[in-house]
Design a protein around this ligand. Structure first.
Ligand SMILES: [Fe+2]
Ligand SMILES: [Fe+2]
Length: 179
């Protein structure tokens, strides 16, 4: 398997989650309400899976290695764009959390903001994935030897191995901080 393999497998699961979100958006439209627990779970998926685990491998390993290469102006521009899109995703998620808190506290006008932020995620993220799968990953691959690509794949597995431990360590630390 090439290093981009696990990243593309993760893209497929993110797409499936985005389809679930689209279904929830349709329900918000028809029923004028949302389950805040669903929003919590969607946020957890976005933060822990899509951002920390998936973008983590892209930014901390793939982009780090690409920074040591002489990228073409175009490839460097696309990499910068991808980093900015990751940041945009984080800001949108933060706004979603804020709207969900308002909604949970009884502010029904927050429903519009929840829907708008979910909509933003379902609109922009598939284009981000497509840019990586069809444009950026294939051209990144040309900068690496087979050995370098396999070394990244190994590092990806190692990165993944730490994730579940990191997630629950942070959870416990979060509770301890509140006591
Ligand atoms: Fe990405
Ligand atoms: Fe990605």
């Amino acid at each position: 398997m090439q290093a981009r393999g696990p990243l593309m497998v993760e893209h497929r699961l993110i797409e499936r989650m985005l389809s679930v979100v689209k279904g929830v958006l349709a329900k918000i439209e028809s029923k004028h309400k949302v389950d805040p627990v669903f929003v919590d779970i969607a946020v957890d998926f976005i933060r822990v899976y899509a951002d920390r685990t998936h973008h983590g491998k892209e930014e901390d390993i793939l982009f780090r290695e690409l920074n040591n290469k002489q990228l073409t102006t175009e490839d460097r521009r696309v990499m910068q764009e991808l980093i900015e899109e990751h940041l945009f995703g984080r800001q949108t998620t933060k706004a979603l959390v804020a709207a969900n808190t308002r909604y949970r506290n009884g502010d029904e006008t927050a429903l519009t903001d929840i829907a708008a932020n979910l909509q933003t995620l379902t609109d922009f993220y598939p284009r981000h994935i497509e840019k990586e799968d069809k444009v950026f990953f294939p051209s990144s691959r040309t900068y690496f030897t087979d050995e370098e690509d396999q070394a990244m794949l190994e590092e990806f597995w190692e990165f993944d191995r730490k994730m579940i431990h990191e997630k629950y360590k942070l959870l416990v630390e979060g509770f301890e901080g509140r006591i």
